[in-house]
Each structure stands twice: as structure tokens, then as C-alpha cells.
Design a protein around this ligand. Structure first.
Ligand code: MGD
Ligand code: MGD
Ligand code: SF4
Ligand code: MO
Length: 685
């Protein structure tokens, strides 16, 4: 039997067809617009049965033994009652806000955010926290403040594609297929990346930019486009505000002045600006290479402005604004008392830019535990995340989690984070649970992720865990649903669509309205002015730069690293392997076997100067800590820079990359710190 569903082993949410025999998952294949023999294959998906039936899966609730020596199995009843008792105890002693719920990326960025938000809001805590300040949410915020929502690249129909800090061949196969297809049909491909990725090798132009300097490049390109009158005058006159302010600020960053700083040539910058502005339609695929820098908000606003300036916004083959589905907002935010501020209160614009996200500055959680400001946190529930490995400054993060009075972890596998928990709740995998796919919330069409097999062992789907906790905490009226289907039907009621409808429509999902472009002809942009905002009054009035980089570069010593002194090397964190997602899947033998490695890429010139050979164990030290990895000599990086493998902290705690990164200096708007690059030095082990 073949069942349509959505894979959630990474954030790409590929539509897949799962093959089920006698109730067992035996395989799954990605779907795509390409013929089956042309489709990119995913190692993680190929290993789906191995992941789902892995002996390393958590299949029973675990509670820490009374003497602290490891865990013992428990019933769901006992485990949930312990969690509920801790919630109530902390609310009684320190207020509901002393309990936080931390979400990693794995349980979906979309619909299921609603469930823990609903639970926490009913309980009275504003602290549902995610890692969006370093993942894509800060970028979403920048798009939203520029033209009302995040735009999606329509790369397949583009004639000019800029891939900017993204590596889709390893991280988003559907997007990679569109890029390859467009290139084969004549599109120009430009890649902006400090590392020579496979896409960079395929590109017509590759800009090997200095890490963390993308905002300046965007401003130089804006300046170039304005100076040559390559902008779309009609669009700018009718649909934008602040063009003159943008022109003046961009004039401070001409290519001639910034090229050296960016490690690029003046000609390269000018050529990329010319191609993007004149070869239409053009799309910019921006990625996580831009995100994990404290300037991400201004950088990605400047990139967003390039789309509008050139008239590529909401055009076929350009960057298209979404057509959101009307979904019932079930978050119960109105239940929160105004007098209880969230721990992320410093970032109030970021907290409120979206109705559906929780609060996204994960570092504030660590601050609140350690400094007890704005108030102490006593208990954290971690759902689908592994912060001890994935959060910047792992030493500080560990100290914070160790200080908690209660830690509950909801996960499929044992992790470094779960090791510190007092209760671990076993979660079902994406093939064992029904939920809305995230694009349902953000855009047409509505697609369902289907449970194709029963939950393994005594694991529960995330929704069931949240609903049951809600009922046991006394919010049975808010959590009346016994199945995921009932909850989804309730949410989708305004759209007039049910789970049963979605199942009949299968993979294509249900599109409520046809795909439209140039929607601004009919309705204003979702910004305060109703136009694209090159200048944001909202930001200026809140004391931030109204135009990106109008106050200069912010003087960040990390992302604008000087590469001198005790730490002369610029580290880039880190390469994502198609076989693994962040810290996940290192317990899966077939994924680990095929030559996967926890390696640091070092330029051969640097290696020979320091006497390193291929395969040597190398120490890497930063002001925050030290780790070890195996050397791979490679010209994908420039001399003076290294690239480290990402996500190996569970497999080998000595290779936990975030022991090197910092979370001390955060961008003022989105609270993002620069953990994508850092200063370091290499030594022999
Ligand atoms: N296989 C796999 N897939 C994944 C994940 C995974 O871990 N493994 N993670 C998922 C998640 S959570 C996310 S957010 C996405 C992220 O996926 P992507 O957005 O593709 O992000 P990365 O692969 O981290 O980085 C993209 C590129 O940015 C480059 N880069 C690094 N620093 C800079 C810089 O300063 N400037 C520029 N221009 N480029 C830079 C890197 O060299 C890299 O090639 O992938 C998702 N998909
Ligand atoms: N230095 C450095 N730091 C980074 C990054 C980087 O590139 N470099 N990337 C950053 C980015 S973009 C992100 S998004 C974060 C990721 O940070 P996390 O979200 O903490 O990363 P993961 O390792 O993917 O952890 C997901 C956990 O959820 C579990 N899980 C999987 N599926 C489910 C499920 O359905 N339900 C439940 N309950 N659990 C499940 C997995 O077993 C795993 O333990 O890391 C960030 N940190
Ligand atoms: S890229 Fe692979 S792991 Fe990620 S959603 Fe698609 S099939 Fe699943
Ligand atoms: Mo992410």
C-alpha cells in the first residue's frame, strides 16, 4: 500500500509516498515535478524504516531514579502526573511564568506551534520559546517588515537565480531540483557563499564572500542598481515608501569602498548587481548562511529590498508573496495577563511581528535561568530540540539546564539534553502522526502529513502529549479533541476544509485559490503604509535603523572578525550533511557508515604551514572553548578560514561545535547572536 504524506526528518517538508506492507513502513520516495529518474534522492528518507524501527528509539516514558543514577521506565500515567505536579508546584511558588516550553525545529515550524502555545497560555505562561532568532524566523521578520510577509522564490521559472547563503543540494532537495531545472533551461546561477559548495561549482558566478558581510554586499548592489537606473521606476513610485532615504544610505556603501572588506572585487559586485537587475525574472533564495549573524535583520531587509527595487517581487519567476489559508487562531493569547512579561521582553517587536510564532530568542531562556532576570525560571519542557548541542555557547547552556529544578524532554531518541531531564516522554516519528503541513498555514495549498503506521512502542504523537497534559492540568474544555483529526478540523473550519477532504485529494492537497502574482494590484501590502517599506517608521520610532545599515555596521567584533591576535582563523559553522539533520541520526548505522565524518575543512596551504596531514586529529580553540575534529584538506575554503562539521555533539561530545560559539552579543531587534562564524586557532592534539 502506498500512502501520501509529508516527510519531516528535516525542515524541507518534502511530499512523499510511503510504502506500507502489513502495517510496516518499508520505504518512502520523494515526489516532485521531475521524472522519477531525475529526482534527487535523500539518504535520510531512504533510511526511514531504519530510523523509525531503530533500537535506539525511546519507546517508554522514563523518569530519573530517586538516587540520580540514570532512568527507570514508567507508565504514561506516572510520568504525566509528575510533569503536571511540577507545573502546579512552580506556578504556586513562583508564578506560571516560571515554567517555559522550549521548541526545537523538529516537530514542525507550522501548525503544531499552536498546541503548546495554547497549553502555555491557558496555564498562564508567556514563555513558549523557539530557536527562530538563529533559524529562519529573524529573516521572516525582515521580509515581513519590508513587504508584509515572507516571499517564496519561484526558482523554476526564473532566468536569474541568486542563491545567497543557502545550500539546497544538502538541505532542501525540492528547492535544489527547481534550481537545477531552471539552470538547464537557461537561467543564470549566482551563488554567494564563503564555501565552494556543489551549487557554487555549478554556478555561472560564485562570490566567495567574507563570512558575515552579506549586508554590505546587498547595500553595494542597491547603490549600483540605483546609480544605473536599473530599478523599476513604476513599481517604486506606486508601491513603495522611503526610496530616497534608501538611496542616500546605500550611497555610503559603494562597491569601490566595500569590495576589499568583503574579500570580493569591485567588478564581481557590479556584475552581480547588473545581472540580477537586468535579467528578468530574477529570484533570490536566501538561507541560513545569512541567519546566524547578529546583523541578520538588516542584512535580510537589504536583500528583501533588492527584490522590490528590481520589480521582481510577486512576479512569476521572482519572489512570490504567500496566499495564506484562513485558519482559526487557537493560541489563546488573550488569556495571558498583561502584567506577566515574557523572558524575551527585550525584543518586543520580534515577539509580536507574527500572530502564530511563539517568542524566538532562545538565549533569553539561558539568561533567565542563570541571572534570574526578568524573573527566575524553574522548569523547562523541551520538545523536539536538543539545546545542549544546538544552542550557542554550550558551556553556558549546560550550566543553565543543570540549574533548573525540573526538566522534561519530549523526544524520539536519547540526547545530551534528555540526559539531564527528570522525565523523558517518548515521541512518535513523523510517519506515525497526522498533522498539518506547515505550508498549509503559510500558503496554499493545504497538505496533510498522514500517520502511515501506528506509533512505535509506547510512544505518543506530540499532539497527544500536549492535549493530555492540557486535560490533566485542568484545561479539558480547551483540549476536547481525542484525535489529531478533530483538532485539525476545528482549526480548518474557516477554510471550509476537513481532514477527510484532504485525504481524498491526496498529495496535491487542496488549493483554496489559484496561484496569483502581482497581488499588490488588488490589495495593499501588509505593512503599516500598505507599501513596500525601504524606510520603516515603525523601526525608526522604536529607536532602530529605519533603513538598513543607516547607523553603520554595529561594530560587531565577531562577524566582522579582524583575524588577528590569539585567534587568527575564521571558523565557519558548519556544514550540513544530507545524511543528518542538526544533531540527529548519528545512531542510524547506514547513515553513519557511508563515509560520514566529523571533519574540519582546512585549506592545504594552512595545513602545510601548521604541519597537519589529511585525517589528523586537530584541536580548535576559540575564546569560549575547545573541540577536536579530523582534518580534511580542501580548497572549498580560503586560506585563513575553516569550515566545521555541524551537529556531532551527541555522537562525540569533544566535537560539539557550539562549545566554540558565543551568545553574548545579540542583535538589538531579533536577539540573534553570531554563531555562524567565530574566531579561533588550530593546534595539534
Ligand atoms: N541534511 C540536512 N538538511 C537540513 C538541515 C540539516 O541539518 N541537515 N537543517 C535544516 C534546518 S534547521 C535549516 S535552518 C536549513 C538550513 O539550510 P540552509 O539555509 O541551506 O543553510 P546551511 O546549509 O546551514 O548554510 C547555507 C550556506 O551558507 C553558507 N554560509 C555560511 N556563512 C555564510 C555567510 O556569512 N554568508 C553567506 N553568504 N553564506 C554563508 C554555508 O557555507 C552554506 O553553504 O536546513 C534544513 N535542512
Ligand atoms: N553552531 C551552529 N549552531 C546551530 C546551527 C548551526 O548550523 N551551527 N543551526 C541552528 C539551526 S538553523 C537550528 S533550527 C537549530 C536546531 O536545533 P534543534 O531543534 O535543537 O536541533 P535538532 O538536533 O534537530 O533536534 C531535534 C530533536 O528533536 C527530536 N525529534 C525529531 N522528530 C521529533 C518529533 O516528531 N517529535 C519530538 N518531540 N521530537 C522529535 C530529535 O530526535 C532531536 O533530538 O540549531 C541551531 N544551532
Ligand atoms: S530533504 Fe529528505 S529528510 Fe528532508 S524532508 Fe525531504 S525527504 Fe525528508
Ligand atoms: Mo534551522
Amino acid at each position: 500500500m502506498f500512502v501520501d504524506t509529508v516527510c519531516r526528518f528535516c525542515s524541507s517538508c518534502c511530499p512523499v509516498e510511503a510504502e506500507v506492507v502489513d502495517g510496516r513502513l518499508v520505504g518512502a520516495r520523494r515526489k516532485s515535478f521531475l521524472d522519477p529518474d531525475k529526482r534527487l534522492s535523500c539518504a535520510k528518507l531512504a533510511a526511514a524504516p531504519e530510523i523509525v524501527y531503530s533500537p535506539a528509539r525511546l519507546t517508554k516514558p522514563l523518569v530519573k531514579k530517586e538516587d540520580g543514577s540514570g532512568f527507570r521506565e514508567s507508565s504514561w500515567d506516572e510520568a504525566l502526573e509528575r510533569v503536571v505536579a511540577a507545573f502546579l508546584r512552580h506556578r504556586q511558588a513562583s508564578g506560571p511564568q516560571s515554567v517555559a516550553w522550549l521548541r526545537g525545529m523538529a516537530a514542525d515550524w507550522g501548525a503544531p506551534w499552536d498546541y503548546p502555545n495554547r497549553l502555555m497560555h491557558a496555564f498562564g505562561s508567556p514563555n513558549t520559546i523557539g530557536n527562530g532568532s538563529i533559524c529562519f524566523v529573524a529573516r521572516d521578520f525582515a521580509h515581513t517588515y519590508t513587504y508584509g510577509s515572507m516571499a517564496f522564490p519561484e526558482a523554476k521559472n526564473a532566468k536569474c537565480i541568486i542563491v545567497w547563503g543557502k545550500n539546497d543540494g544538502n538541505t532542501a532537495l525540492g528547492a535544489a531540483e527547481s534550481i537545477h531545472w531552471a539552470k538547464e533551461h537557461g537561467a543564470i546561477l549566482i551563488v554567494i557563499d564563503p564555501v565552494q559548495t556543489a551549487l557554487a561549482r555549478k554556478a555561472d558566478i560564485w562570490l566567495q564572500i567574507k563570512p558575515g558581510h552579506d549586508g554590505l554586499l546587498a547595500m553595494a548592489m542597491i547603490n549600483e542598481i540605483i546609480n544605473h537606473n536599473w530599478y523599476d521606476t513604476k513599481f517604486i513610485d506606486q508601491y513603495t515608501v522611503g526610496f530616497e532615504q534608501l538611496r542616500q544610505v546605500a550611497a555610503r556603501y559603494p562597491a569601490e569602498q566595500v569590495a576589499d572588506l568583503l574579500w570580493l572585487s569591485v567588478e564581481e559586485i557590479k556584475e552581480v548587481a547588473r545581472l540580477y537587475a537586468t535579467v528578468k525574472p530574477g529570484t533570490i533564495i536566501d538561507g541560513n548562511g545569512l541567519d546566524m549573524h547578529r546583523e541578520v535583520f538588516d542584512t535580510t531587509r537589504a536583500v528583501a529590498m533588492l527584490r522590490a527595487l528590481t520589480g521582481n517581487l510577486d512576479q512569476p519567476g521572482g519572489d512570490v508573496l504567500p496566499q495564506p489559508v484562513p485558519v482559526r487562531n487557537i493560541q489563546l493569547k488573550q488569556r495571558l495577563s498583561d502584567s506577566v512579561i515574557p523572558i524575551t521582553c527585550e525584543y518586543s517587536l520580534f515577539n509580536t511581528f507574527s500572530e502564530t510564532w511563539g517568542n524566538q530568542v532562545q538565549g533569553c531562556l539561558v539568561d533567565a535561568i542563570l541571572t534570574e532576570k526578568p524573573y527566575p525560571l524553574k522548569m523547562v519542557v523541551v520538545q523536539s530540540g536538543n539545546p545542549l548541542v544546538t544552542m550557542a555557547d554550550a558551556t553556558r547552556t549546560r550550566a543553565a539546564f543543570a540549574k533548573l529544578e525540573n526538566l522534561v524532554v519530549i523526544d524520539m531518541f536519547m540526547t545530551e539534553t534528555a540526559q539531564l531531564a527528570d522525565v523523558i516522554l517518548p515521541a512518535s516519528s513523523c510517519f506515525e502522526k497526522t498533522q498539518l503541513n506547515r505550508s498549509s498555514i503559510r500558503n496554499n495549498p493545504i497538505i496533510l502529513q498522514n500517520a502511515v503506521i501506528a506509533p512505535q512502542g509506547d510512544s505518543w504523537p506530540d499532539w497527544k502529549i500536549v492535549f493530555e497534559l492540557g486535560r490533566r492540568l485542568g484545561y479539558g474544555g480547551d483540549f476536547p479533541w481525542q484525535t489529531a483529526e478533530e483538532a485539525i478540523d476545528y482549526q480548518l473550519e474557516p477554510a471550509g476544509v476537513t481532514v477527510a477532504d484532504l485525504r481524498t485529494h491526496g498529495q496535491a492537497g487542496i488549493r483554496l485559490e489559484p496561484l496569483k502574482h502581482q497581488k499588490y494590484l488588488e490589495r495593499p501590502f501588509n505593512t503599516p503604509s500598505g507599501k513596500v517599506e525601504f524606510f520603516s517608521r515603525r523601526l525608526a520610532e522604536a529607536g532602530f535603523a529605519g533603513v538598513p545599515f543607516e547607523h553603520g555596521l554595529g561594530g560587531d567584533p565577531i562577524s566582522f572578525a579582524d583575524q588577528e591576535g590569539e585567534y587568527p582563523v575564521l571558523g565557519i559553522s558548519g556544514s550540513r550533511d544530507i545524511r543528518f539533520t542538526n544533531s540527529q541520526f548519528r545512531t542510524i548505522p547506514s547513515l553513519l557508515r557511508e563515509g560520514a565524518g566529523c571533519v574540519v575543512d582546512i585549506h592545504p596551504d594552512d595545513a602545510s604551514r601548521q604541519g597537519f596531514a589529511e585525517g589528523d586529529r586537530v584541536g580548535i580553540a576559540s575564546p569560549k572553548g575547545a573541540i577536536e575534529m579530523r582534518a580534511r584538506l580542501s580548497t572549498v575554503v580560503r586560506p585563513g578560514t575553516i569550515r566545521l562539521a555541524w551537529g556531532w555533539g551527541d555522537f562525540d561530545p569533544r566535537a560539539s561545535l557550539n562549545l566554540l560559539t558565543e551568545d553574548d552579543h545579540r542583535g538589538p531587534v531579533s536577539g540573534t547572536s553570531t554563531s555562524r562564524s567565530f574566531r579561533c586557532r588550530l593546534y595539534r592534539v
